[in-house]
Design a protein around this ligand. Structure first.
Ligand SMILES: CC(C)(COP(=O)(O)OP(=O)(O)OC[C@H]1O[C@@H](n2cnc3c(N)ncnc32)[C@H](O)[C@@H]1OP(=O)(O)O)[C@@H](O)C(=O)NCCC(=O)NCCS
Length: 240
C-alpha cells in the first residue's frame, strides 16, 4: 500500500510513530485516501485532523475518495467530504460450491491492458500501477464474450488468508461467476459496494458473512464513470 502511494506520519518528539495517513493518485484528477490511523492513546488530541490537513495540502484540488469508519466520519465531514455510498465487508470460510465458471478464464499478460482500461471505466480513473502490482501478486480471472473482455476479478494473499478484489463486471451474475472462479479454500475477505443485493445474498449464503460497513465519501468532483462495467468489489478500503 505504501509503495503504491504516498503518505504522512505523525510522531512524538522522541520520534515514536503515533499516526499515519496514506493516499494514492489515479491519473491527473482523482485520488483516494486511507490508512488514517492514530494510536489509541493519542486519539482525540488533534492528530487525525493534522494528518488529514497535511494530506489534503499534498493532494491539492483532485477529486478525493475515502471509505470512512464510524470513528472517522465526523472528522471527514468537517473537512468537506460528503457520503456517497456504503461498502460492506464480507468474510469467512467458503462453504457452498462456487457457481458455474463457464464464461470465465484465467487472464494472461496480453489481457492486462484491456483489464486496466475496463477498471478505469468502472472506477472513473486509471489505476495502472495498483493493478500491475495485483497482476504480479494475485490470480486474475476474466469474463470474455464474443471476443470482448467484460469483467475480471483478482484474488491475492491478505491478512488471515486471501482477499478478492477488485471485481469489475457487466452484471451481478458475471460478478458472482468471477468470484466463484477466483475462490480458494481457507479464510476469504471481500469488500463490496452495498447496492448489489444478489451478490451480497450469495456471499452470505456461501459462508462469507457481512461483518461490517464503511461509508464511501468524496471531496470535490469524482471523474465520471463510463462504459457498461460496474465495480462490484474494491481492491481494499484504502485504494477503493
Ligand atoms: C478516526 C481517527 C483517525 C481520528 O483521529 P483523532 O486524532 O482521534 O482525531 P482528532 O483528535 O484530530 O479529532 C478530529 C475531529 O473529529 C471530531 N470528532 C471525533 N469524533 C467525533 C464525534 N463522535 N462527533 C463529533 N465530532 C467528532 C473531533 O472533535 C475533532 O474535531 P475538531 O478538529 O474540529 O476539534 C482515530 O480515531 C483513529 O485512528 N481511529 C481508529 C482507526 C480508524 O477508524 N480510522 C479511520 C479510518 S477511515
Amino acid at each position: 500500500m505504501r509503495q503504491l502511494g504516498d503518505g504522512v506520519a505523525a510522531t512524538t518528539e522522541a520520534g515514536v510513530l503515533i499516526g499515519t495517513a496514506l493516499w494514492w493518485e489515479f491519473g491527473s484528477t482523482a485520488s483516494s485516501l486511507g490508512m488514517v490511523l492514530v494510536r489509541a492513546d493519542w486519539q482525540g488530541r488533534g492528530v487525525g485532523r493534522a494528518l488529514m490537513q497535511a494530506g489534503l495540502r499534498h493532494i491539492g484540488p483532485r477529486g478525493l475518495m475515502l471509505n470512512a469508519t464510524d470513528a472517522g466520519l465526523a472528522l471527514y465531514r468537517k473537512l468537506g467530504f460528503r457520503p456517497v455510498g456504503v461498502v460492506a465487508q464480507h468474510q469467512g470460510v467458503l462453504r457452498a460450491p462456487p457457481p458455474s465458471r463457464a464464461e470465465t478464464r484465467r487472464a494472461q499478460p496480453a489481457d492486462h491492458a484491456a483489464l486496466i482500461a475496463l477498471d478505469a471505466q468502472a472506477f472513473g480513473a486509471p489505476r495502472a500501477s495498483a493493478l500491475a502490482q495485483l497482476f504480479r501478486d494475485g490470480v486474475c480471472h476474466l469474463v470474455e464474450k464474443a471476443g470482448q473482455i467484460t469483467g475480471f476479478a483478482i484474488r491475492r494473499r491478505f491478512g488471515l488468508g486471501q482477499a478478492v478484489g477488485p471485481v469489475v463486471a457487466a452484471n451481478e451474475r458475471d460478478a458472482i461467476s468471477l468470484i466463484g472462479a477466483c475462490l480458494a479454500t481457507g479464510f476469504l475477505r471481500i469488500d463490496i459496494a452495498d447496492e448489489w443485493a444478489e451478490l451480497a445474498g450469495w456471499l452470505n449464503g456461501a459462508g462469507l458473512s457481512r461483518v461490517g460497513t464503511v461509508t464511501t465519501m468524496i471531496r470535490g468532483d469524482w471523474p465520471a464513470r463510463g462504459g457498461a462495467a460496474h465495480r462490484f468489489a474494491l481492491v481494499n478500503q484504502g485504494i477503493g
